[in-house]
Design a binder for this molecule. Structure first.
Ligand SMILES: Nc1ncnc2c1ncn2[C@@H]1O[C@H](COP(=O)(O)OP(=O)(O)O)[C@@H](O)[C@H]1O
Ligand SMILES: [Mg+2]
Length: 272
């Protein structure tokens, strides 16, 4: 999916409507404000959301990259975060459903077509659809890292557990970062993470890692209604500092990934 300096992250959930698209969008926004080069990809083919959350109508979409030889760079939409700063969005189409086989093969085809482009970024964030379809599993397997978005609702926890079970059994994927969204207090955040983590440890021998908690924030819903990112519309809102904390953690993870790669590279000059 990317070269040695690009960190690709698949944002996943078992259940839909838990906040994946809004968090992928606002985390991309926060990473870019902190100076990172970010490519955000709407991987929810057929049910695209990121264009709606941004209030834009992209002239071209990922479908045009898949169907024709259109260059990925010609589909990119810049999203301004501050004066002179922006990240790039690869938008998807809505209401276009290919055959089952086309959908299954789309992740590998897209990866092939955008691999040169992806190398230009520090982060490639994949906003993946909900569920356990082959498309979701393929995107989840392609990224270097996976963020599992859950809410304290029991159905979100059982569906996320199901996704981890299917991904670990079918693809051997055992590393998950967990983001608990729409929490009302710290206790809810801990409880939700512990419940998922206990089931994964007990039944799958997998230990997910806690990435962060995002409060239930009415301004998130208002930002959706206004079709603009929360970080742009309500920079003082209560969930914003938590979104920045997640971006900060991701930057630390990427820095340690780069340090490990540098340590392995025999051509990297050793400091005297
Ligand atoms: N932290 C939050 N606080 C309040 N509402 C939220 C929060 N995160 C998401 N939502 C609500 O949940 C809805 C679904 O979010 P979305 O990002 O579209 O989910 P998904 O991509 O997982 O289907 C949003 O339209 C918004 O109203
Ligand atoms: Mg979504």
């Amino acid at each position: 999916m990317s070269d040695n300096t690009t960190l690709s992250i698949a944002v996943l959930s078992g259940k839909g409507g838990v906040g994946k698209s809004n968090l992928a969008l606002n985390i991309s926004f926060a990473l870019n404000l902190k100076g990172a080069r970010v490519l955000l990809i709407d991987c929810d083919f057929g049910l695209a959301n990121l264009d709606v959350l941004l209030g834009i109508t992209p002239p071209k979409t990922i479908q045009n990259i898949l169907d024709s030889n259109l260059k990925p760079a010609d589909v990119l939409v810049p999203v301004n975060t501050s004066a002179g700063r922006s990240f790039d969005l690869l938008p998807a189409s809505s209401g276009v459903a290919g055959s089952f086989d086309e959908q299954r093969k789309a992740p590998a085809l897209l990866t092939k077509k955008i691999s040169a482009l992806a190398r230009r970024y520090d982060y490639v964030i994949l906003d993946v659809g909900a569920g356990i379809s082959p498309t979701v599993l393929n995107f989840a397997s392609m990224a270097l890292m996976r963020v599992l978005v859950i809410t304290p609702e029991p159905t979100s926890l059982t569906d996320s557990y199901a996704l981890v079970k299917v991904l670990s059994a079918g693809r051997g994927i055992r590393d998950y970062l967990v983001l608990v969204n729409q929490i009302e207090n710290a206790k809810q955040e801990t409880q939700a993470f512990k419940r998922l983590s206990a089931a994964c440890t007990h039944f799958l021998n997998i230990s997910p890692v806690f990435l962060g908690g995002i409060p239930d924030d009415n301004n998130m819903q208002e930002a959706v209604r206004r079709q603009t990112p929360l970080l742009r519309e309500f920079p003082e809102s209560k969930s914003v500092k938590h979104i920045f904390a997640v971006a900060e953690k991701l930057n630390k993870l990427r820095a340690s990934m780069l340090a490990r790669i540098a340590a392995l590279d025999p051509l990297t000059p050793v400091p005297k």
